[in-house]
Design a protein around this ligand. Structure first.
Ligand code: DP6
Length: 346
């Protein structure tokens, strides 16, 4: 049999950047995101009795054994098999496609690992007890890439990834930290999300390595964690709950700036933003002078994601068109979580 899963990416408005337990991807702080409609990974998976031989094709290219891409999938399945030993009893044929540039800071690892886990869960009978348990599936996706935990909740929309507590991590490092939906996309249908591509080359410093350096070397790291965990997180959830765009927009921009200042304060410093990114930041602040119309947020890359509302979207698009060109803009909105499809890639 073959199972095909389609999983969306997500954009963090309160960032995850740092792990407490490295391999388990237990985060130092909670994070918040919007599930993104139309930007997704599609993964088809077929499993037959065997011993974990993996045949993996990504974006039309077969990944050789020993390659980076093959390594991501095989290390993930190997690590998952420590919790779910039945995974070792199969060989896998996996074909995956992203509909956006891989590794440009558009969080392809989030949708990629979420789609892989959902496909696996749909394909193997032994998953039947877990298949409908989004919290457990979110925790299991987290083991591939932290941000993938936020791409699992079926309801999608506005998602919170709880870091969990020390006691729980000790008892159960796998299932103690997971993401769940706070509000589905219908809660705030006016919201719009615009991805602008400033650069689509692969990013130089992977999140995995960058965040480990920030935790180790930035003297302000703990202060950032406690500020966001104890204050900003709750304020942001309240702003979304009340649909207060002005308040939320300010907090989104501040959280993005604080995250990048954590990167700059890492030693040696990590710079993800490019001159064009800074130009966009200035242009959004100028646009917001008087009335808040848009917010920017940047992940570990130079490409901004702009959050706005339907009534201001055209004005924001016009501005971005002048800065990066229409072909480099992608319009979307908050959407729902992963789905299964009958159209297979293999
Ligand atoms: C800046 O989830 O890619 O996008 O857990 O090491 O795979 P790993 O990291 P990853 O990091 C994402 C970092 C971020 C912020 C975020 O999405 O919260």
């Amino acid at each position: 049999m073959t199972t095909t899963a389609i999983a969306p990416t997500n954009i963090a408005i309160l960032k995850y950047w740092g792990k407490i337990k490295g391999q388990y991807h237990i985060p130092t702080k909670s994070s918040l995101s919007f599930t993104v409609e139309k930007l997704c990974s599609t993964t088809s998976l077929a499993a037959g009795k065997g011993n974990m031989k993996i045949d993996f094709t990504l974006n039309g290219r077969k990944a050789k054994e020993g390659s980076k891409e093959h390594g991501y999938v095989s290390s993930y399945l190997t690590f998952l098999s420590e919790t779910l030993p039945f995974i070792r009893n199969y060989d896998y044929q996996i074909v995956s496609e992203n509909n956006f540039p891989t590794a440009a800071g558009f969080a392809s690892s989030a949708s990629g690992f979420a789609a892989l886990l959902k496909a696996l869960a749909g394909e193997l009978d032994e998953f039947s007890g877990l298949r409908g348990d989004d919290k457990k599936l979110s925790a299991l996706a987290r083991l591939g890439s932290g941000s993938a935990a936020r791409s699992i909740p079926s309801e999608g929309g506005f998602v919170k990834w709880d870091r969990g507590s020390g006691e729980d991590w000790e008892k159960d490092p796998v299932y103690s930290s997971y993401a769940y939906s706070l509000f589905g996309p219908e809660h705030w249908p006016e919201l719009r999300i615009i991805y602008a591509t400033v650069e689509s080359r692969e990013k130089k410093i992977r999140s995995l390595d960058g965040m480990a350096e920030s935790v180790k070397t930035n003297p302000l790291y703990q202060a950032w964690v406690s500020h966001e965990e104890s204050l900003l997180k709750n304020d942001m959830m309240e702003a979304v709950s009340k649909k207060d765009f002005e308040v939320l927009a300010h907090m989104i921009m501040q959280a993005s700036n604080s995250f990048h200042s954590i990167c700059h304060g890492t030693y040696p410093p990590i710079y993800y933003l490019k001159p064009k990114s800074l130009q966009i930041i200035d242009a959004i602040h100028k646009l917001n002078d008087g009335k808040v119309k848009a917010a920017y947020t940047f992940d570990a890359g130079p490409n901004p994601v702009i959050i706005t509302r339907k009534k201001e979207e055209m004005e924001v698009l016009k501005l971005l068109d002048e800065l990066v060109g229409e072909v480099n803009l992608f319009r979307t909105r908050p959407g729902t979580g992963p789905k299964y499809s009958k159209k297979h890639l293999l």
